[in-house]
Design a binder for this molecule. Structure first.
Ligand code: OFO
Length: 172
């Protein structure tokens, strides 16, 4: 049975993951409206990833005999000054999510919930990748943004990203 405080904090994190999904869906729309379908695709895949992160927690609470409580999803931004501005927001947001996951881990340690420590390790690793990806694209954009041909070439690169649900066990 999951500890009540842990259950509440994971429920809050489900909300944060779904909020992230909503943010990236909003960014996907923004890139579509600026004729940058590759970045729009990258953001759409990011949206799908965030839903899967939330759903992994949703399943975990149930596995531990707890109750999922879905909370309202707050409004997200819909305007950014430039592609690099959108990715700067992405990077800042992912850093914030890393700190939220770290706080969940602090609670799990404090109450000696070893199953949740084990569960959260997946997110600790995932956040390293999330920050690295956003940082890489942000820095590339800073270099090419003023050159339209280079921007379109970069956009094309991101049109090939596809969603793979890393939260599900690998097929046998
Ligand atoms: Fe769920 O990793 Fe981004 O926010």
């Amino acid at each position: 049975m999951i500890n009540e405080r842990m259950e509440k904090e994971i429920n809050d994190q489900i909300n944060a993951e779904f909020w992230s999904a909503y943010l990236y869906l909003s960014m996907s729309a923004w890139f579509t409206q600026r004729n940058l379908p590759g970045f729009a695709n990258w953001m759409y895949v990011q949206y799908q990833e965030e839903i899967s992160h939330g759903m992994k927690m949703f399943r975990y609470i149930h596995e531990r005999g707890g109750n999922v409580k879905l909370l309202p999803i707050a409004k997200v931004d819909s305007e950014w000054k430039s592609p690099s501005d959108a990715f700067q927001s992405t990077l800042e947001h992912e850093r914030k999510v890393t700190s939220l996951i770290n706080s969940l881990m602090d609670t799990a340690h404090e109450i000696r919930d070893y199953a949740t420590i084990n569960f959260l390790n997946w997110y600790i690793e995932e956040q390293v990748e999330e920050e690295a990806n956003a940082d890489e694209i942000y820095n590339k954009l800073l270099m090419v943004e003023k050159d339209l041909a280079a921007l379109y070439a970069l956009d094309k690169e991101y049109s090939t990203r596809v969603f793979v649900d890393a939260t599900l066990p690998a097929a046998e």
